[in-house]
Ligand binder design. Sequence first.
Ligand SMILES: [Zn+2]
Length: 354
Amino acid sequence: MRFVYSPEHLHLDPVYEVEHGVQSAASDIPARAEAIRRALEEDTDFVVDGATDHGTGPIEAIHDAGLLRFLEQAWAEWAGSRKANPLYADTFLHYSLGEGMERPPEPIELGSRMGYWCFDMYTPVVQGTYAAARAAVDVALTAADLVLEGEPVVYGLCRPPGHHAGPKVFGGSCYLNNAAVAAQYLLERSGSRLSILDVDQHHGNGTQQVFYSRSDVLYVSIHADPSHYYPHFTGNAREIGAAQGEGFNLNLPLRGRCGQNEYLLAVERALDAIAAFDGSAVIVSLGLDTYCMEDDGGLGLTTPFFHEVGRKVASVGTPLLILQEGGYYVPDLGKNTRQWLRGAAGLLPDLPRG
Ligand SMILES: [Zn+2]
């Protein structure tokens, strides 16, 4: 199985994030992607490819040019004012602040400009942010090229992840939406519609938003109930799409730590919807933060079970483009990713017996 990797992510090392008003260790750290890379490189069934530069065109098909410009320029401006700490917002463009009025202009002051484009305190801008975010998109698009060339299953080791980034907003450790950019890219080149299956622990608010009013991309997400879990404000079952997109957005929220029986029922519902939609490919937003050893217990899933889920998803019978999203329990992240991918590629699990 081919997979795509770029070392550019190593320079995205935010050191800390802010949770409940206090500084805590960053969750999206370079060790995550390196653990996955090592686990795949140790497995002779995987072959690595480098990422190729695809420019900003495919990104601007999804994201506002102002957001991209901000990501490109913010760090230089911040560092130029002799700041060395990660850039966080001071003031956010809260939904209700502008409700019923026209969208305000982008402010000039940098801390509030950050809050114009970013929605949380988990997603700072640091020196390596822009280059890493661009490289993650290139990983996704290089993997998409391999699918277009006829590879049945390809994995893109994207870091930073992408599914929380919307057209005009970033957050949740995501800056650019790798899966959404790849979906649009595939759609334009294949001329046929496709599905996105998001199996990260957290709802992919950004991906949902990009395709919410469209019928050419079906978005299906299995995630922990947003009443209790990030991103909190999206991911409810009643969000079914709007206008032409009505009926093309399926959210399957589950109880935290629900375990594999409930999870399998959700996977079957998701795959039924994907089969009925009958697209030409499936993009998988693969988050392994559903793992039972995550801080919050995830959805209670285990390493051998990830293999079974990968195998089931592959049964849809279309090409699969699998892109990395979350997964934060670093000691087991490599083996969990590898088992999921081995399942998707029709390979047997290679876990020790017992
Ligand atoms: Zn997640």
